[in-house]
Design a protein. Sequence first.
Length: 308
Amino acid sequence: MATAIVPGPIAGIDAGDEYAIERHGIWKRFKRHRFALVSGVILVLIVGAAALAPLLHLQDPNAIDSINWKGDPLPPGFAGHLLGTDELGRDLLARLIYGAQISLTVAFSAVLMEVVIGTVLGALAGYYGGVVDYVIMRVTDVFLSIPLLPLLLVLTAIVSATSSKAALGFGVIVIIIGALSWMQVARLVRASFLSLREKEFAEAARALGNNDLRIIFRHLLPNAVAPIIVSATLDVAGVIITESTLSFLGFGIQQPTASWGNMLANSQSNMADAPWVAIFPGLCILVTVLAINYLGDGLRDALDPNMR
């Protein structure tokens, strides 16, 4: 039976021990990247807070503090609002945490979609080559020529003109971003498969009578997972920025649903008198994107075979 992942053989060590040694080596290399470790902890806290928001006994993110709010944002620490309120008297901390649910869900969903599409197309192109490779890569080039944000704005205008909706829905945003962001993953997987398909274990799998799909997804794909993970990690940051930009321009997630982008957009009229209304959502975007980028750098160094 051909083996899917073939690390270099180590004399006197069985396969299970060899895998354990390799995993230990990856963790050891990852630990050297201090920023990546700290970023991982930060991301765990952000994702955990967003996932456990209903259990944190936060204030209602859409509730207005009608008792203390007099028309202007309340400052941090006033009347039990740890980070203050927004321009409508809604608790800023609650809206930031619930907004993280939206921003992170859009990012992870879109990246999952792009990874699936890019992996399948890249694997087919790299494994079969020839006409299949040519057609898939030309389609990839066409998609690469499409500017994502302008297309989103055009589609928003079309939706607004043909229905009562003022912006794209949550699901539509995820589908469009995912459907127009798979090209880099496809190229990475194709490059890996062009090399992997000529390896000894791939030839052995063919000799044993495995069909093409089994060879692609059982034997070759596990060896190409490292660049996919790194690319997906970095793309999450890009999708967060895209969603925030779209919401900031008023074409993304709409009120009263909170997202970091529309919180920034709504803070513009109060930035001079209440800067915290813009500072906190901006910091959330900045910290999250930086943490994801550093985590991606750490994963790249840990998974890079040239670092072994």
